[in-house]
Design a protein around this ligand. Structure first.
Ligand code: NAG
Ligand code: NAG
Ligand code: NAG
Ligand code: NAG
Ligand code: NAG
Ligand code: NAG
Length: 479
């Protein structure tokens, strides 16, 4: 901003320069002595000297503040009175009354028929946006209202806040994982953390650099503050953008910040059966799900709200492992098991490598087919080849003892002959799979997947028992 002006200064620049060179000479000499002493001492490792003498270096950044917890995070939810009351199972699945902080914002009072339940986030009515006259179209006005929620939220809630989370009223969060994941970032810096869409066309028509709003995204406190200060400028600058998330992303870019992607946020710009994706989740904690009314119920034997509650049942036991993929093999029969914790087990009658199994089976269709390739991640086409098509089991029930014991039941008969190339070992009679998990949290962040062993296959193969464990050092799959 300000440039240095020597002529205004009453100090003579030549005197300053003179002093500077003397200082340089003295400090250079001292440094030279230290260098000689260390370099010619064979018992002293020069690199340890420098690391020891500097006060902790980069560690300081993370240890100088307390761990992030749920009360450091404020949620700002964009609600609409036309959809809210049919989507209440979403908020009920994750909101923790008096624990999670935040608000849901409506365009008008939502209480016309039903009084507002105490166990929901407090509601607020969005400020009047009529001053943005340039925007005539209804859709744009909606985008302005939602874009301004960061400002309205910041104005009422800015004490002791590390992160603001923006989301829609059909976003479901896994809050414990969210706290863990945000905790690895420095909230005093400028962070814009989210994920783009699964669907190529959605990114293509908005931006690959955008954190999609339905998936939910996080703004660190300083970034939120900078956005709020400049929000009116941004709204004027981007009158033609369709979505509030795109306006915010453009504004974030103008502030010099770009997206940090976290693969656990899910916009779910998909249709039909998303079980293929949920059975091969990226190796990252599950943070959110969205658009569940746009896809088939995620458990085929349950309806949508039952399905969500069922997944939440597993989440309550252990969010850290939820949907995390674990792969193991049963060599005597050439079978492969791919577990998606708390959701599904796929059994293959052949040995398939983890590098293949990590690609989701393309059981779903894209939100839009107007740009190819349809998806921004690897997929496998579902196959009718009996050596490549899995027997599919879904999470049934859970019990807690020394281990967490989760049972998975067959969803339907596979309807294919046996894979003969694998030795002709049919898994058709398998009806239950029990997965035993140690009762401690799995630290996935920066870590590896877990490994597992097939420990027991009961007579007649109706039940199989699998135990999760840490992988051994240098263990490669299959063994
Ligand atoms: C969360 O952290 C804050 C400090 O940021 C602390 O004051 C508060 O007691 C913590 N709350 C819980 C529930 O641990
Ligand atoms: C939340 O706390 C307030 C006061 O602290 C209490 O009146 C209210 O019943 C609590 N709500 C729930 C859902 O526990
Ligand atoms: C918003 O403000 C304008 C002008 O101040 C007013 O005409 C309009 O009725 C207001 N809208 C609402 C929904 O209050
Ligand atoms: C789902 O099932 C539950 C209980 O079985 C039922 O109360 C609810 O109305 C069903 N929801 C839909 C959308 O069919
Ligand atoms: C497993 O499959 C391989 C071929 O992929 C075959 O050579 C081997 O005999 C099979 N093992 C058993 C136990 O069937
Ligand atoms: C595979 O096993 C089934 C049942 O045990 C048997 O009927 C069939 O002939 C076998 N097929 C081959 C190719 O060995």
């Amino acid at each position: 901003m300000s440039s240095i002006n020597y002529s205004n200064s009453n100090t003579n620049p030549s005197i300053i320069l003179n002093k500077f060179f003397k200082l340089l000479l003295i400090s250079g000499f001292i440094f030279y002595i230290i260098y000689i002493l260390l370099f010619f001492n064979p018992y002293y490792n020069i690199s340890t000297f420098f690391t020891k003498s500097s006060p902790k270096g980069p560690e300081l950044a993370t240890s100088s503040f307390s761990p992030t917890n749920i009360s450091d995070i404020v949620f700002s939810i964009a609600g609409s009175t036309t959809t809210w009351w049919e989507r209440t199972s979403y908020i009920e699945s994750w909101w923790k009354p008096n624990i999670t902080r935040g608000y849901v914002f409506f365009e008008k009072n939502p209480q016309e028929i039903t009084p507002w339940p105490k166990y929901y986030p407090q509601f607020r009515i969005s400020e009047n946006t009529s001053k943005y006259k340039d925007y005539d179209k209804h859709l744009f006005r909606q985008a302005i209202r939602v874009t301004r929620l960061i400002l309205e939220t910041f104005n009422v809630e800015n004490e002791g806040v590390r992160w603001y989370i923006l989301a829609d009223d059909d976003t479901i969060f896994f809050v414990n994982n969210l706290v863990d994941v945000l905790g690895k970032y420095d909230h005093n810096k400028y962070f814009y953390i989210g994920m783009n869409s699964e669907c190529h066309a959605s990114n293509y028509y908005h931006s690959f650099e955008m954190a999609f709003g339905g998936a939910g995204f996080a703004l660190s406190y300083p970034l939120a503050k900078a956005l709020v200060k400049n929000l009116d400028v941004c709204l004027k600058r981007y009158p033609n953008l369709y979505g509030s998330d795109h306006i915010l992303q453009s504004c974030v870019a103008d502030l010099g910040v770009s997206i940090t992607q976290e693969k656990g946020f899910h916009q779910i710009d998909l249709h039909n059966d998303i079980s293929g994706l949920l059975s091969a989740h990226p190796q990252s904690p599950l943070l959110s799900l969205h658009h569940l009314h746009e896809v088939d119920p995620i458990f085929p034997s349950l309806n949508r709200s039952e399905s969500l509650n069922h997944l939440v049942k597993a989440a309550k036991i252990d969010e850290s492992r939820l949907l995390q993929q674990t792969i193991c093999y049963h060599k005597p029969k050439n079978w492969t098991f791919s577990i998606s914790w708390g959701y599904s087990v796929h059994v293959y009658e052949s040995i398939l490598l983890p590098s293949i199994l990590r690609k989701p089976l393309q059981t779903f269709t894209p939100w839009s087919k107007s740009a190819k390739p349809f998806f921004v991640f690897d997929t496998r086409f579902p196959s009718k080849n009996p050596c490549e098509a899995p027997h599919v089991f879904f999470f049934d029930s859970v019990e807690r003892g020394d281990y967490v014991v989760m049972s998975y039941g067959r969803s339907k008969a596979r309807g294919l002959p046996t894979c003969t190339a694998g030795g002709n070992h049919s898994a058709d009679s398998m009806s239950k799979i029990y997965v035993l998990t140690p009762r401690r949290k799995h630290d996935l962040i920066g870590g590896k997947r877990e490994c597992c062993d097939v420990v027991n296959i009961k007579q007649g193969m109706d039940a199989t028992e699998i135990k999760l464990r840490d992988c051994l050092e240098n263990e490669i799959l299959p063994p």
